[in-house]
Design a protein around this ligand. Structure first.
Ligand code: 0A1
Ligand code: ZN
Length: 876
């Protein structure tokens, strides 16, 4: 494999920039295939620095270059594929370059590109170098003045960061707008958008009484779908003031929604750019999950204004400084807006589904990685979601007040700077007079700690002895692991279901405490425990660990029914279900009839019908662990048996509880007025979970019920739930519903993604053939990341049984497509390729087939740096 051409960048080799760029003036003459970019950079050599000046630049056609207005001779500079070097630059000067770039040919969607005819930019992490020559690194902060010129017809709207300071007609059918951003920023936060756009407008008055104009810009006709996103934005602004004391700092805040975008959204200063799926919504086109995502992502990007923009990262190894912290903030925002318990369960499910496998596989890396080949590959669940857990533990350690004191000091010290994760921890420590050095290995050590718990009750001495032991498996490049400080929130639940008081060393700690496991092992002796109480451990998921605890079925049932911590109640059910399902998998492998545990189904039934519990919680509590989660628990992964066991248990639950499920399904019908709020969404979730269990029985009545629900649905949540049931049941109802869905929504980009995805995730045997046929659908395009993710991504990541087909056809199909995609959009290709890193955990035949497919991709001529890094590490 050809890896030698791609250099490895290391944190240990960080060097401060040798030049500063105080001011940037850019002017763009927009044209689809030939946009001219002129850049005037006020450059100054940093004190004590020597050596040449190198600017990054890729795919740029340099037309002219001057220093202080003087043209440069040919040997005064060198241009390579990656940049421009000035051997003898003066210590202070203005560099002016003019380059030509091609937005239409830009299928990578990094730098300046077109999405449905709209010009837009994506500069994080290293896209700015595809716009102009520049020291494209986050620790070079500059103020920007941006002139945008374009045709009045094609680009009536011209946007960039900061304030609009001038606007004029140029007379020749073109016009220009000048934008100035007063806040110094790194190049990755630059943005420009131009095109035919409609706006949805509102205002927000900040806590100091400043009026901010809020505008959401969308493709023509889409303004009516912005109301929820706007509401989420206003609530985000208010929440950041109330909870963090952080106020917005400009008089204008723009959001643009585009159809083609590599990620979810981007926090460019005062000009956030969003993947349209995280802005546009109405009840007929968006599910409750879509609404919740919109709220979270609008919040996330807005919160970056302080955590990311005002204080940014010194280098890309520090990415979690802004991402982990901002995810923590958006999680807290959603928890404050909705149900905290439900949000926590959803976040942990996501962490387990995405981050735990990453941490246990060939791409494992610390929250603050130590090296990379391509930074785009490090926008990972580890940097984001585990990073947020690392912040959450600091929050738990210091409490809300202590944490807020730390945030205040962080901004006092570092506003306007580019800093490190160590700087963040130092602010937390200093503001609270605490030594936090012991906490830092959470940033530098990869892998999920496994904590094993055991306990013994002694009736004579009335003590319960609890022992916790931690260990972390080696990860690539990190053989030795150290013990991490693990905060374990816990309690004891008595056999009567009542919480016990915790008495340790004669001290009464009340009903709950946080044990700190900061060595390999910890033993605690709880006194005055008169019955065989059950430890309830890692409540609220207080640490991102795998917990192995030897609960009996009876103990799990006790916690499911009585644990005062809702997360722990949910978790008890999940762990019970996992043990049961893994037992069934073992039976199936041994060709024994699997045992269906009636006690478990009855416990599920009690939760289902417990009307004192929040419906959203009930819906989550009776959802079985996913096939991927179960796969994580065994080596090698018994793909078919896991699917079979889960199907059988779902069916048994559906049949055993059918009366309760049908009754609930009828009772929870809404009154016809759609309300996107969390309570109404929770009722829909429980009702649809009931429908899905009834559907699992695959009886003609269940299919009819699903078809009826599909036909009468007046919102997308209900319509998709019914369609999900039908797509698993071959027959005329399925075909009729899919055809109807297509006809209703064929003109809606976002909704068609759902139609592609649901078919790609069907467990029916003809799925791969269908997916292949859908590649030719007029709405599908390999140049559109959302379409690729919906069809190919959903098949590879959301359909274990078909992706892992025993003959390797799923692997071959996906690899063929990723080879094709890598030439168009390496970033998106590399992201999907990550799933091939799991070959080692599969049984030998499948492992060989998956590995062979991956090797075929790795050998491809001209493979991108992005895919090369993922493939090399996955094969190592
Ligand atoms: N900073 C953004 C995510 C993002 C990262 C990279 C991108 O292109 C390579 C685009 C967006 C966020 O956290 O929302
Ligand atoms: Zn972010």
């Amino acid at each position: 494999m050809k890896t030698e051409q791609h250099a490895v960048i290391r944190l240990s080799e960080y060097a401060a920039p040798s030049y500063a760029v105080a001011g940037v003036a850019l002017s763009f003459d927009l044209a689809p295939t030939g946009t001219t970019v002129r850049a005037d950079l006020k450059i100054e050599r940093s004190a004590g620095q020597t050596g040449p000046l190198t600017l990054d630049g890729e795919a740029l056609d340099l037309k002219s270059i001057t220093i202080d207005g003087q043209p440069l001779g040919d040997n005064a500079y060198t241009v390579t594929e990656t940049g421009l070097t000035l051997a003898d630059a003066p210590s202070k000067f203005t560099l002016t370059t003019e380059v030509l770039i091609d937005p239409v040919e830009n299928t990578r969607l990094e730098g300046l590109y077109q999405s449905n005819g709209i010009f837009c930019t994506q500069c994080e992490a290293e896209g700015f170098r595809r716009i102009t020559y520049f020291p494209d690194r986050p620790d070079v902060l500059s103020t920007y003045r941006v002139t945008v010129r374009g045709s009045k017809d094609v680009c009536p709207i011209l946007l960039s960061n900061g304030n609009l300071v001038e606007q004029r007609d140029l007379g020749d059918g073109r016009h220009e707008a000048v934008w100035e951003d007063p806040f110094p920023k790194p190049s990755y936060l630059f943005a420009l958008v131009a095109g035919k756009l409609d706006s949805y407008e509102d205002t927000f008055t900040t806590m100091s009484g400043r009026k901010v104009d809020l505008k959401i810009w969308v493709e023509p006709g889409n303004a009516p779908y912005c109301a929820y996103a706007m509401d989420a934005l206003k609530r985000s602004m208010k929440w950041d003031e109330d909870r963090f004391g952080l106020e917005y700092d400009l008089d204008i805040f723009n959001i643009v929604a585009v159809s083609d975008f590599n990620m979810g959204a981007m926090e460019n200063k005062s000009l956030n750019v969003f993947n349209a799926k995280y802005i546009l919504a109405d009840p007929e086109t968006a599910t409750d999950a879509d609404y919740a995502n919109i709220e979270a992502i609008v919040g996330h990007e807005y919160f970056h204004n302080w955590t990311g923009n005002r204080v940014t990262c010194r280098d890309w190894f520090q990415l979690s400084l802004k991402e982990g912290l901002t995810v923590f903030r958006d999680q807290e925002f959603s928890a404050d807006m909705r149900s905290r318990a439900v949000k926590r369960i959803q976040d942990v499910r996501m962490l387990r589904a995405r981050q735990f496998p990453e941490d246990a596989g060939p791409l494992a890396h610390p929250v603050r990685p130590e090296s990379y080949m391509e930074i785009n590959n490090f926008y990972t669940a580890t940097v984001y979601e585990k990073g947020a857990e690392v912040i959450r533990m600091q929050h738990a350690l210091l409490g809300e007040d202590g944490f807020q004191k730390g945030m205040k000091l962080y901004f006092e010290r570092h506003d306007g700077q580019a800093v490190t994760c160590d700087d963040f921890v130092a602010a937390m420590a200093d503001a609270n007079g605490r030594d936090m050095t012991g906490f830092k290995p959470w940033y530098s050590q990869a892998g999920t700690p496994k904590v094993t718990a055991s306990w013994r009750h002694d009736a004579t001495s009335k003590t319960l002895t609890l022992t916790l032991t931690q260990a972390t498996e080696p990860t690539p490049g990190q053989k030795q692991k150290q013990a991490l400080p693990i905060p374990m929130r816990m309690g004891l639940v008595g056999s009567d279901g009542k919480p016990c008081n915790l008495i340790l060393d004669g001290q009464d700690l009340g009903a709950e405490t946080v044990l700190m496991l900061d060595e390999d092992s910890l033993t605690c002796v709880f006194e005055g425990v008169d019955n065989a109480a059950v430890p309830s451990l890692n409540r609220g998921f207080s640490a991102p660990i795998v917990l192995k605890a030897p609960y009996s079925a009876a103990e799990s049932i006790l916690l499911m029914g009585h644990d005062p911590d809702p997360f722990a109640r949910w978790e008890a059910g999940q762990q019970y279900a996992t043990a049961l399902l893994l037992g069934m998998v073992a039976d199936l492998r041994e060709k024994r009839e699997p045992v269906l545990d009636e006690g478990f189904i009855a416990a599920f039934g009690r939760i289902l019908t417990d009307s004192s519990l929040d419906p959203a919680f009930r819906s989550l509590a009776i959802t079985l662990p996913s096939e991927d989660y179960l796969a994580e628990q065994m080596r090698p992964v018994a793909v078919d048996e896991i699917h079979e066991a889960r199907q059988r248990l779902r069916k048994a639950i559906g049949e055993t509880l059918s009366r309760d499920l049908s009754r609930l399904h009828a009772e929870l019908a809404d009154d016809g007025r759609f309300d996107p709020g969390a309570d109404a969404a929770g009722r829909r979730a429980l009702r649809n979970t009931a429908l899905i269990y009834l559907g699992a029985a695959e009886t003609p009545e269940a299919v009819t019920l699903a078809k009826t629900r599909y036909d009468i649905a007046d919102n997308m949540t209900d319509r998709m739930a019914a369609l999900a049931v039908l797509t698993e049941c071959a027959g005329p109802e399925r075909e009729a519903a899919l055809a109807d869905f297509h006809d209703r929504f064929k003109d809606d980009e976002q909704v068609m993604d759902k139609w592609f995805a649901i078919q790609a995730m069907s467990g029916l045997p003809d799925t791969l053939d269908r997916v292949k046929a859908l590649l030719d659908h007029p709405r599908f395009s390999m140049k559109k990341p959302n379409k690729v993710r919906a069809l190919i991504g959903s098949f590879a990541m959301g359909n274990p049984i078909r992706f892992h087909a025993a003959d390797g056809s799923g692997y071959d199909f996906v690899i063929d497509k990723l080879i094709e995609l890598d030439r168009l959009n390496p970033q998106v290709a590399a992201r999907l390729l990550g799933t091939f890193g799991q070959w080692r955990r599969l049984p030998a035949d499948r492992a060989r087939l998956m590995k062979t497919a991956l090797e075929r991709l790795a050998e491809t001529e001209g493979l991108s740096r992005d895919s090369t890094e993922i493939a090399t590490k996955s094969l190592a």
